[in-house]
Design a protein around this ligand. Structure first.
Ligand SMILES: C[S@@+](CC[C@H](N)C(=O)[O-])C[C@H]1O[C@@H](n2cnc3c(N)ncnc32)[C@H](O)[C@@H]1O
Ligand code: SF4
Length: 364
């Protein structure tokens, strides 16, 4: 089975923490971009008869562009690939760019999963990070989504915002938890070159330190799990049966194809990426294209596996030539019960998900 990712690099404004390939662009650029994107899909010629079981229209903010572009993308994909009848088809959205009419069209196009960037329900916090929406718009969006027939809904939240604590975040999640099937809770990263980085340096914003955010994350994880949102990856929590199949593909290293600016692909252990600058993308430049070596495959299996509850298979990497039992740090982590071994499967002890980056880098 195959996954397809389509990148929509447009936003109504740039949030001050965001380093993704997302830009505020004029309508003419958007028109040119979508023409090129559709050509990219139509002209794609890798011989594959794989059936597509997940499509993810991400961004940027796909919900802020004219819905006719989403229609054209969906028909180009349907013409080019065989799509499984029950494929998971997700679109990312911001609360302020959703309305009932738009959501009904998405449903008609076969889109059956909605991922809404909520980040916070505190209007001051939202303003401080440069979001365009407010709390009311989140609840309106959820109401419209239900009315349009969406039952599989994710909300993204940010942990580690200014003036944040466990109780405040828990209360936000509590207000929404009966309306959604999935939460993504990301720890805010201060990315190089962002306005947030500058604001931190100039003390215009004071963020909690990493230890405090990790503690909040751990408590939030416990809260969500008590409410039957099962953690299947560090930042992702889902009701039974509502894990995001598309994201799981990334972590399992299944084949996926990415179309659009900065989109990445993995196909039979070949990785490639599209350019993340419009001019280069329009010239079809591929800044990165590589058939992975065994060493790289092994590292990916360990790194991705330890981020999620599926873990990784010791035997699979032994077959690729690496005997992890000879790694002293790995053995120490097993002895300290930080990594858990069940037969050939190695997983991160869920108690240590908050520091999994350190665990992974100590092994690799
Ligand atoms: C790239 S955005 C796309 C969806 C949509 N544009 C939005 O912002 O809601 C996907 C998610 O990435 C997360 N994200 C973006 N920048 C981040 C950062 N610096 N640290 C942590 N999470 C971030 C946000 O939670 C956001 O909802
Ligand atoms: S709306 Fe989403 S993609 Fe756009 S700038 Fe904000 S976080 Fe980034």
């Amino acid at each position: 089975m195959l996954g397809i990712y389509v990148h929509i690099p447009f936003c109504e404004s740039k949030c001050n923490y965001c380093a993704f390939a997302s830009f505020v662009q004029k309508k003419e650029i958007q028109k040119k971009y979508f023409k090129f994107l559709i050509d990219e899909i139509n002209n794609f010629n890798l011989a594959s008869d794989s059936i597509v079981d997940s499509i993810f229209i991400g961004g940027g903010t796909p919900s802020c562009v004219d819905v006719c572009y989403i229609e054209t993308i969906m028909s180009a994909i349907k013409n080019k690939f065989k799509i499984l009848k029950d494929a998971e088809i997700t679109i990312e959205a911001n609360p302020n760019s959703l309305n009932l009419e738009k959501l009904k069209i998405y449903r008609k196009l076969g889109i059956n999963r909605l991922s809404i960037g909520v980040q916070s329900l505190n209007n001051n916090q939202l303003k401080k990070i440069g979001r365009m929406h407010n709390k009311k718009q989140v609840f309106d969006a959820l109401k419209f989504a239900k009315k349009a027939g969406f039952e599989n809904i994710n909300c993204d939240f940010l942990l580690g915002l200014e003036n944040s604590n466990y109780f405040k975040i828990k209360n936000m999640l509590r207000k929404i938890k009966n309306k959604v099937t999935h939460f993504s809770c990301y720890m805010l990263q201060v990315e190089n070159g962002t306005l947030l980085e500058k604001m931190c340096k100039e003390k215009k914003i004071v963020l909690p330190d990493e230890d405090k955010t990790v503690k909040i994350y751990e408590k939030i994880s416990n809260y969500l799990q008590k409410k039957k949102f099962f953690r299947y990856e560090i930042s992702n929590f889902a009701k039974e049966g509502y894990q995001c199949l598309h994201n799981i593909k990334y972590w399992r290293r299944d084949n996926y194809l990415g179309f659009g600016l900065s989109a990445h692909s993995l196909f039979n252990n070949k990785r490639w990426a599209n350019a993340s600058i419009f001019d280069d993308y329009f010239k079809n430049k591929k800044p990165y294209e590589e058939l992975l070596t065994n060493q790289q495959i092994i590292e990916e299996i360990i790194m991705l596996g330890l981020r999620c509850e599926i873990g990784f298979n010791k035997k699979q990497i032994l077959d690729l030539g690496y005997d992890i039992e000879k790694n002293e740090n790995f053995n120490n982590l097993i002895n300290k019960n930080i990594l858990i071994e069940k037969g050939d499967i190695i997983k991160t002890n869920p108690k240590y998900y908050g520091v999994s980056n350190y665990i992974i880098s100590s092994i690799l």
